[in-house]
Each structure stands twice: as structure tokens, then as C-alpha cells.
Write a protein that binds this ligand. Structure first.
Ligand code: MG
Ligand code: MG
Length: 260
């Protein structure tokens, strides 16, 4: 998993400031979507809102055209885990809708995802989303100088396992980020602590736990993008980009630019 031959990109303070600009566009776009989502809208409607928001803030979407991806956000509803393509699927009361968004400012990236609960959602699904979000923040808190990369996955796994009998998706992981969206190293959402590269100021990671209400097994639909749970039970996905700085973790895709 940790190939020594591949190095982790180290960003300057100025470059991380541009990542914060991109991250703020992502944060504002996701906030707009959270405010505007309603039963009866299609996932394509959400994509239109995101497209307008990203360009309105003077940024470029990361996802559009990425390996041919046809939209600016991924919209994953209920049993869909990640990489859902916006289209004619209608959002209904009771859905959990995970939205993943990426933006570029002057060549520097931000990448984040939220799971939105629409209307009256099954309390078990609400709990699943809250646990996944808490696991994300447990992972983000580990993104500090001197810690090892696998401390992040260990914190995420521990948080989810302590909360109950949830599935942790292993096929999809977080990643290094900066001058590209997906960079070395992979950041798994599980594993033993104390392994892998030592974290240094100037590194940036996208941390993104995916948890399920049933089994962790996933499958990819015929569209070759949409990842669904094999047992058709709901999933949650939360993601932030975090920069490791001299002053600790800086969550560049939170609205507040949270420092931990
Ligand atoms: Mg993402
Ligand atoms: Mg990502």
C-alpha cells in the first residue's frame, strides 16, 4: 500500500492558501445544495445548481470530464455509495443523498462530500450519517505533523466500530490532493495505527469514510460509475480536504476553514 518510490507532494504556504480558496468554493457549493435540496428535484437539478455555484465563484469543477465523468458533482442516493451520475432520479422524502464536489482555483484542488437527509429519514440512516461524519472528524484530527498516515484510517475505523454494527467500505479510499485531485498516497478508512509515511507540514489529504447500514460489500452499476451496496441497504459518505500545517490540521473544505 505504501510505495516508497512515490512521494507525497509538499505544498508551500501560498499553495495551501489557494487550496483553501478552492475548498471554500466547494464548501459554499455544498451548503447551497444542502439548503436547496427538496423532494421532487432530480439529481440533474442538483448538478445544475452546483455548476452555477462553482463557475459563479470563479472556479473550475474538478469532476467534469474526469475520465469522461459527465457532471460537476457525484450524487449517490440511498443504496448508492459514491460516484452516482446526476440524471433523472427523483429525490424523495426519506432519502439520504450523498453529494461529492471538487473545485480548482489556479490549479489547486478542494474535494469534499456531505450526506444530506431529506425530510423524514429512518433514524437508523440518520445515525449512520452521523457516525460516518464523526469518523471523518476523528480522521481529520490525526492529520498532524509527526503522526503516521495509517493513524487516520485507524481513527476512522475505531470510531465506526465503537458506534455499532456498520459496514466500512474498503474498495474506495481517500487520497493525497493538491495540484491534482487524486494523488499519492491512498488513505484507507481502516487499519492498524502507526504505519506508513510520517505526516509533514505541506502535505494535504482528502479523507472520506464510506459506511453502510448492512454489509460493506459494494458493486459497480452498468454505467461503470455508480457504486452501490451489494445488499441494497443505505450508505453514507462524508469527505473533507485537510492540509497539514505547522499549526495543526486545517480543514480547507469546511465553511469556517476549521483548524483542529
Ligand atoms: Mg470527493
Ligand atoms: Mg476524494
Amino acid at each position: 500500500m505504501f510505495r516508497k518510490s512515490e512521494s507525497i507532494e509538499i505544498k508551500s504556504v501560498d499553495e495551501i492558501a489557494l487550496m483553501r480558496e478552492a475548498g471554500l468554493v466547494v464548501a459554499k457549493t455544498l451548503e447551497t445544495l444542502r439548503e436547496q435540496i427538496a423532494p421532487g428535484m432530480t439529481t440533474a437539478d442538483l448538478d445544475s445548481i452546483a455548476r452555477e455555484s462553482i463557475s459563479g465563484h470563479g472556479a473550475t469543477p474538478s469532476f467534469l470530464g474526469y475520465y469522461g465523468f459527465p457532471a460537476v458533482i457525484c450524487t449517490s442516493v440511498n443504496e448508492e455509495v459514491v460516484h452516482g451520475i446526476p440524471g433523472d432520479r427523483v429525490i424523495r422524502d426519506g432519502d439520504i443523498v450523498s453529494i461529492d464536489c471538487g473545485a480548482i482555483v489556479e490549479g489547486w484542488h478542494g474535494d469534499a462530500a456531505i450526506s444530506i437527509l431529506v425530510g423524514e429519514v429512518d433514524p437508523r440512516v440518520r445515525e449512520l450519517s452521523e457516525v460516518t461524519k464523526a469518523a471523518l472528524w476523528a480522521g481529520l484530527a490525526q492529520a498532524r505533523e509527526g503522526h503516521r498516515l495509517s493513524d487516520i484510517g485507524n481513527a476512522i475505523e475505531t470510531c465506526i466500530r465503537d458506534a455499532g454494527d456498520y459496514g466500512i467500505v474498503e474498495e474506495y479510499v481517500g487520497h493525497g490532493i493538491g495540484s491534482a485531485m487524486h494523488m499519492h498516497p491512498p488513505v484507507p478508512n481502516y487499519g492498524r495505527a502507526g504505519r506508513g509515511p510520517r505526516l509533514e507540514p505541506g502535505m494535504a489529504l482528502a479523507i472520506e469514510p464510506m459506511a453502510t447500514l448492512g454489509q460493506p460489500t459494494v458493486a459497480v452499476l452498468a454505467d461503470e460509475w455508480t457504486v452501490v451496496t451489494a445488499d441494497n441497504l443505505p450508505a453514507a459518505h462524508w469527505e473533507h480536504t485537510v492540509a497539514i500545517t505547522d499549526d495543526g490540521p486545517w480543514v480547507t473544505t469546511s465553511l469556517e476553514g476549521t483548524r483542529l
